[in-house]
Structure formats: structure tokens, C-alpha cells
Design a protein around this ligand. Sequence first.
Ligand code: ARG
Length: 459
Amino acid sequence: MTQPQLWGGRFKKGLADAAKAFSYSLSFDQALLPYDIAVNKAHVLGLMKAGVLTKAEKKTLHRALDEVLDEAPAALTPLPDDEDVHGFVERMVVQKVGDLGKKMHTGKSRNDQVATDVRLYIKHHISDINDLIHTTLKALYDLAVCHKETVFPGFTHLQIAQPVVLAHHVLAYIEKFKRDQNRFVDAFERADVCPLGSAAMAGPNYGIDRLMVAGELGFSDITLNSMDAVSDRDFMFDFLYAASMITLHLSQFCEELIFWSSSVVGFIRIGDEFTTGSSIMPQKKNPDIAELIRGQAGPVVGQFMGLHEMVKGLPLTYNRDLQNDKLLLFQAVDITTSVLECFSGMIPTIDVNKDRIESAMMSGHILATELADYLSQKGVPFRDAHHVVGQMVQHADSVGKQVHELSIDELKGFSPVVELDVSDRLSFKAAIDQKQGIGSTSFLQIQERLNQLKEEFKW
Ligand code: ARG
């Protein structure tokens, strides 16, 4: 039996050491191993059905491929001298079954094989990520349920704006993460198309039943142009876009958690399990995990852009540039998975400090808009009401009060339409309860949305 080689018949010299080190990808594409084994098995089945292999040969090859998967952890340490994961698998199979192993590559190319492997890899990881998003949504839902009556300051420009319910703030992120989940579902559908059977770029010379092979691998569909199939990486962009959006949203929420847990704000405390101390300042309890999550949105968008730059301008069909797409993809998968694991674990450890929240609500004239609405409901044109309340705020500032703490007489001094009923409007709860439209912060609307989510996710 001659030593198997993926290529080399037409070469006089071997690859230079530097070129080898630069171009061999087994160190990272070994992450594709389980998918590469599955692809080889499905292809072998296709070859058998096409009459290229006998039933017995198929059986032998399948058994060898299963063994390779079992033996891989040991066989990959230290890293063997194979060009890539496909070469590794083929060499191992040939070592086991001899010349029969060399028939395995009939009618396929690493070009359609790697594209198929990566699609399977993405599908697998999207399923895991979707489970983690689900856990995250549930953790946020539980937090929202706990605080469906906790009055909370809403901000714009990081300045106090209007009273909301804390659950409303949390529910805002549930909407964002639900959209992210949809983006991953969409990315899954894009990845769920099988390129195997496109061979190097023109298609194979064997009557392989592509639909059968794709079905074996769990794909819903097959690609319809072999040149597109081996060059297409759009499905990776779809994944990376979804990953960049969810890490972006996580970074936004983590920024808020960091702000809320600052000792000067004190709205929340994050559990010890997700905070760290300082090596010099004994009193410190730092939100390091939230900070690390906040910092990961940048790298993921970088991976998206990196792939864009890698693929931009590539002519049809396969080009070796594409080999390094996997580095970007794998990093994005690792980041997305670990930030979701940490974030969903951290949320249940959050303790809310209602006293600190209440004292913050006594700043920033949080009920000023309510007063303007009150005046406008009494017939003052809103623009004028806005101006009058602005003057009330100026006065309240000068006497060291919040606008809603001014007496009725003081308020009347600015507008004659103010009556006793103004006091019914100038409470946080009353302000919240006025917002009855769908999607608003009223207690009723929040309960409604919580009910819908409970129903939708069967919580
Ligand atoms: N390791 C390569 C990749 O991941 C395999 C593709 C085929 N290589 C080739 N020279 N046609 O892209």
C-alpha cells in the first residue's frame, strides 16, 4: 500500500516549510471533524447507490469513519502533519482499510466538502445558540415578572426622562433578543442547503443522488449551481450578522447593568458569582463579567467585516482565501456562546435596590411631562403648556424642589387652569397608568405583554 497523498503527482518538490506552516489548517479546521465524518459517510452512501462502491465497501468505510471520530482526540495530539481536516480523515481511513479508503474521494472535492461541513457546523451551533437565547429570554422574563410593579426612571440621553416600570425596561430587551432569535432562525434556513455533489466546481461525473445525500445529512434543500455552491459564503455572513446584532444588544444591556450597579447609582447589585474584586482596593465589587460582555460586540462585528474583506473581489469559484473564513466564524461562535452563557447566568443574580431607585426618581423633574399633559388636557395648547412647565421647573430648581413637589398655589401662579385634581396626576404610578396604548408602560399593558410571552413560550 502506498502512502496516501491528497495531491502531489505533478510536483517535483515538496512545499516549503514556511508555506506549509502558513497554509495548513488542521490546527483550527479540526473543529469540523464530526461534520466531515458525517459528510464522508453520506457521500460513501451516495457512491454505493450510484454503483461506485459495493455494499460491503460502504460498510467497511462507514466503520472506519466511525473509528476515526472515536480516535480523533488522541490522533490529533500532537498535531499530525496533515494539510487539513479532510486530509486527516482520509489518511486515517486509508491507514485502516487500505486502498479502499482512496476511493472515498471519488466524485467529491474538498471544495464542496468544506462548504458542506461549515453549513452543518453553523446549523449545529445555531441550535445551541437558540437554546441559550431561550434561557436568556426566560431569565429576563422572570426579572420582569418580579418587577412588574417596580417604578423606575426612564432615561433619554442618560438624563431622567419619565417614569416607567422596571419590567418595561427589561421587556424592551426581550423584544430585541426575540428579533435576534429570528435572525438566527433565518441564518439557519440559509445554511440549511446542501452543496455536496458540486465537486470541485463543475459537478461530479458520477450519478450521485444529491437529494438523497442531502437528506442523509439533515439538509432541507440542495444548491442549484455548482459554481455558486463552492464559492458561496453568504450563509456565513447571515450568521455573523445575527451574531453581531445579539452581541451588540448584550453590550447595550451590560452597559446599563454597569451603570445601574455603580456605587453612585446603586439601583442594582450583581451577584458575587458574576463580579470580581480588586487586587488593591479591598472594598471593590466590580462588574467585570458585564464589562467583558460589553467589550465583545466589537470583535464580532470585526469578524463580519473581516469576512467581507476576505470575500470581496473573489472570482468564481473556490479560492484558497476562503480557508481562513473559518477562523472568523469559529471565533464569533465562541464569543456568542460564551457571552450568552454568562449573561443568562448573571441576570438571576441581580438584586434590585428600590430605595435607591425611589431617591433617583426625586431628581430630574421626572413628572414635568405629566404636568404639561395635564395643562394641555385642560385646554392649553401643548406647546404653550410645555413652555409654562419649563418655567415651573426653573422655579422648582430655584427653591430646591421637584416640580411635582410644588404646592397647588405655586403651580396656579404659573397657570390659572391648575385645579385640585392636579395632585391625582402628579404621582409616578398615575403617570405610568396614563400610558394605556399598546406597547406603553402602563401596568396593564405590561401584564398583557407578559401574558403573551408566557403563552408564546409556554412558560
Ligand atoms: N482546507 C481548505 C479550505 O478549508 C480545503 C479546500 C480545498 N483546497 C483546495 N486547494 N482546493 O478551504
